[in-house]
Design a protein around this ligand. Sequence first.
Ligand SMILES: *Cc1c(COP(=O)(O)O)cnc(C)c1O
Length: 384
Amino acid sequence: METSYILNQLGEANEDYFGAVAPPLIQTSNFCYKTCNDLQTAISDEKNNLIYSRGNNPTLTILSKKMAALEGADDALLFSSGMAAISCAIISSVKSGDHVICVQHAYSWTNTLLRELLPRFGVFTDFVDGKNIEEINAAIKPNTKLIYIESPNSLTLELQDIKAITEIAKKHNILTIADNSYATPLYQQPSALGVDIVVHSATKYLSGHSDTVIGVLCSSKEIVDRIFANEYLTFGGISSPFNAWLMLRGLRTLPIRMKHISQTTEQIVRFLECNPKVEKVNWPFAASFAQNELAASQMKAGSGLFSIYFKTLDTKRIADFCEALKYFQIAVSWGGYESLVFPGFVHASHAKPSDVPLNLVRFSVGLEEADVLINDLKQALEKI
Ligand SMILES: *Cc1c(COP(=O)(O)O)cnc(C)c1O
């Protein structure tokens, strides 16, 4: 299916709502029926009917059709956050006594779920270097039920060979989940590479305007139907219609935002690779990035998230640099219209110890012009 058709038309039926070009925000909790029998029939197949907005809502249905088509999956579910989607995907795949393999440097709360929460329910995880297929192979146990990957990750941007991993998983009858937030379905399609469940923090590029928190899970009809009838309705982590409506609007401009951001980032990365104060730049398509061939083989392009290691470990000087930036705002998150900078050392001030290097600084490139951002970096680099 062609991308602009998916984004502009699929799932929409303007004739059903006065010809309105923008689909309505159906802000309702429940749906009424003429007869008891009609309600009874509908309840017997909740996945395909409108009963209550913890299950289905028409604004969300439009969005889930678009997300499934973009990911090349049968169906999609929408959640109140990326973490709600990730938690639901993982918990629906395991039971007490099962073993999980997860890549190092997965998103921090995904890590918390696997490392701290699930052991309470008898599910244990081994964390492996996702770059090393042999290490993944060696970690497989008779009770391994799930391999969780995030390629690239959102801090050091390391990739995994998705096809090689899903081939191993299929051989051992192990389910795979991939966090595809970084690349978006426009730049990478994990399901085409054999991944069973694709999850997204749609808070990032898919919505793109830093005004909503929302998550997506895409998979086969069989898996989505099973999750819907069990964890989805039970946990109740569905997106609000308003947040889904904002994401629907954000999706319209996804291709042009991604194109602009990708091109701008390439120029910024090239500039930083040549700066003597910068030790290393982590961006999948950087000439100096160790896995750039793997990136080119499974991704169409890089997005606007990248990190650098400064030569200095002096966090005061790194803070001076971040605070001197005028266009990059100091904040967590990424994928919005605005450029952001996130110094890794702030992790170290948490109660938990951090394995984020003190000299790592992460950037999210927004919709500003490349020369504006490069000039901003230039003047701030003089302060370090
Ligand atoms: C932000 C993020 C998440 C979590 O998504 P929320 O929408 O914040 O819950 C998951 N994975 C990655 C890679 C992220 O950057």
